[in-house]
Design a protein around this ligand. Structure first.
Ligand SMILES: *[C@@H]1O[C@H](CO)[C@@H](O)[C@H](O)[C@H]1NC(C)=O
Ligand SMILES: *[C@@H]1O[C@H](CO)[C@@H](O)[C@H](O)[C@H]1NC(C)=O
Ligand SMILES: *[C@@H]1O[C@H](CO)[C@@H](O)[C@H](O)[C@H]1NC(C)=O
Ligand SMILES: *[C@@H]1O[C@H](CO)[C@@H](O)[C@H](O)[C@H]1NC(C)=O
Ligand SMILES: *[C@@H]1O[C@H](CO)[C@@H](O)[C@H](O)[C@H]1NC(C)=O
Ligand SMILES: *[C@@H]1O[C@H](CO)[C@@H](O)[C@H](O)[C@H]1NC(C)=O
Length: 471
């Protein structure tokens, strides 16, 4: 037996003993070991599912605490391959509402979750900027799943939000003053996306004094599907690259009368830079409106650059100057136009060759795309997007994306709580079967940025990984 395996086996035996002790004495806590990231001899990065020999740190990890209404669900069963083990029948879905009375004392909030005082990822803080208007109990579960002592969470409240939601969110914020900020201004976010950009920018301003490496831009019903330890490993591989799609903007999103020249946008604070008409290679400079998704992962350097070097006033007006709004064009355009020089950005050349790139941040299943429609096992769609239920968990669990969209408490809160339990187990117990990081290292934008740092960006060959191909 290779010597590396022996301590692992020892830990496994210890774990079993701890588990048996737990069963015998019915104590409320189990001793787990933090999973550690290792690099195997073949240089393929993976996340070890067994406690590694280096993991000397031990902690008392409480098991995940479910909502009283979801206690009887056999969560683990929904993470099995239904082609092999039939899923338990779903008789009645659990629904929760913002009208439900729940205890909002800080003591009660803290006792509903497990909030460690320290983790192995404390030196890699992550920020979350989320525009919200409903589903408090979902927000609490999602916050808990992403919690780490140094992570920071900003919420911008949509004016649509009802007091029964806002009051609860404020209680959560008050309970975690070091981790949560609420943007001072509320925004009237319209169905067509108008004001979504401003709402997120308000949070980025609130987060300016906080320490973080990357920020996730999220909307109300998104849930992270990668744990904090997994996310940190992914972000280290991105190494400054922003996770933003590069997709063709549909003509309805581009107001043909809008001036997208540098001069017209006056986008650089340094006016000299707005006078440029050609690139150093002599090509005419044009800013190409480019689509991505609102959900994206932006590096701290990129946020700082936007705040100090760019003036976004006219740019946002242009994006919003057509009836369909264009919130998805904000980071899409900033990230995919090298003229704008955004740190961690991508090239526009691939789109010109008709090679789109869909980022890994957000998993969405569209009703009107046959391949995706079939994968929506809940068969529930809203505004042509799949709303996930318990029967989708096995699929969601095996996807490389870091955020899944959408979960709704009024449809299946059981799915939300089971997903969070799975996240809790993976956070503190390790990732079953390991965790393949090569998917992230092999993304075109990651390769492009690595080549750019090496001064070889011009050798980059465009490709699409087709991970969630929309066509
Ligand atoms: C999480 O771990 C606990 C304790 O090992 C187990 O009972 C539970 O079924 C697991 N949940 C899921 C969703 O895998
Ligand atoms: C589920 O099981 C079926 C039948 O064995 C297999 O073909 C399929 O690849 C499995 N799915 C996954 C995601 O592992
Ligand atoms: C964190 O520290 C506080 C204060 O020392 C303690 O009451 C709490 O139990 C600790 N939390 C965990 C999860 O260990
Ligand atoms: C990450 O980027 C830095 C420069 O910003 C570079 O020196 C380093 O080699 C990169 N690391 C990896 C693993 O690509
Ligand atoms: C503005 O940009 C020009 C061109 O790169 C540069 O020469 C100049 O120093 C910049 N001005 C300021 C104030 O940074
Ligand atoms: C992605 O799909 C396109 C079009 O179907 C195909 O030409 C290309 O080879 C695919 N790329 C990969 C990496 O599979």
């Amino acid at each position: 037996m290779p010597s590396l395996r022996r301590p692992a086996l020892l830990f496994a035996v210890c774990g079993l003993v701890a588990m048996l002790t737990f069963l015998q004495t019915s104590e409320k806590s189990i001793t787990y070991h933090f999973a550690k990231t290792v690099q195997n001899p073949l240089n393929v990065l993976y996340f070890e599912d067994m406690p590694s020999p280096a993991a000397t740190e031990e902690a008392i990890i409480q098991p995940y605490k479910r909502h009283e209404l979801t206690r009887n669900i056999n969560c683990a069963a929904y993470f099995q391959n239904s082609s092999i083990t039939p899923l338990p029948k779903i008789d009645k879905r659990i629904k929760v509402s913002d009208k439900d009375n729940i205890d909002l004392s800080c003591e009660a909030i803290q006792s509903r979750g497990y909030y460690p005082n320290s983790t192995d990822q404390d030196d890699y803080p992550i920020a979350f900027a989320r525009v919200v208007y409903k589903d408090y109990q979902f927000q609490e579960v999602a916050f808990r799943a992403d919690f780490a002592p140094n992570n920071v969470f900003c919420y911008t409240i949509d004016t649509k939000a009802k007091p029964e939601f806002v009051d609860k969110l404020l209680a959560l914020a008050k309970c975690f003053p070091d981790n949560i900020v609420i943007a001072k201004e509320k925004f009237d976010v319209l169905q067509n996306g108008k004001n979504m950009i401003a709402a997120h920018l308000a949070c980025l301003n609130e987060l300016a004094s906080k320490n973080y490496n990357y920020v996730f831009l999220l909307q109300n019903s998104d849930m992270k599907s990668k744990t904090n330890p997994e996310t940190v490993e992914i972000l280290k591989i991105l190494n400054g690259t922003n996770d933003v799609s590069a997709l063709h903007a549909s003509p309805r999103h581009i107001n043909p009368k809008a001036d997208y020249s540098l001069k017209g946008l006056a986008i650089f604070r340094n006016a000299t830079l707005n006078q440029r008409k050609t690139t150093p290679k002599g090509r005419n400079i044009r800013i190409h409106p480019t689509k991505s998704f609102v959900q994206s992962i932006i590096s701290r350097q990129a946020v700082d650059y936007i705040q100090t070097e760019l003036d976004l006033t006219k740019f946002i007006k242009r994006l919003e100057s057509n009836p369909y709004g264009f919130d998805e064009g904000f980071f899409g355009t900033l990230n995919n136009n090298p003229t704008l020089n955004l740190p961690g950005g991508y090239t526009h050349e691939c789109l010109e060759k008709n090679i789109e790139y869909e980022a890994l941040t957000r998993l969405t299943l569209w009703e009107n795309i046959e391949e995706m429609n079939k994968k929506c096992h809940s068969r529930k769609f809203r505004h042509t997007l799949c709303i996930y239920g318990l029967e989708d968990l096995f699929f969601l669990d095996s996807q490389p994306h870091t955020v899944v969209n959408k979960f709704l408490s009024e449809f299946d809160f059981g799915a939300i709580d089971c997903m969070a339990e799975r996240m809790h187990n993976r956070t503190y117990y390790g990732t079953p079967g390991g965790f393949d990081l090569s998917t992230y290292a092999d993304q075109p934008h990651v390769i492009y940025n690595r080549m750019k740092q090496e001064g070889r960006a011009n050798e980059f060959k465009c490709f699409n990984t087709n991970i969630t191909s929309r066509t």
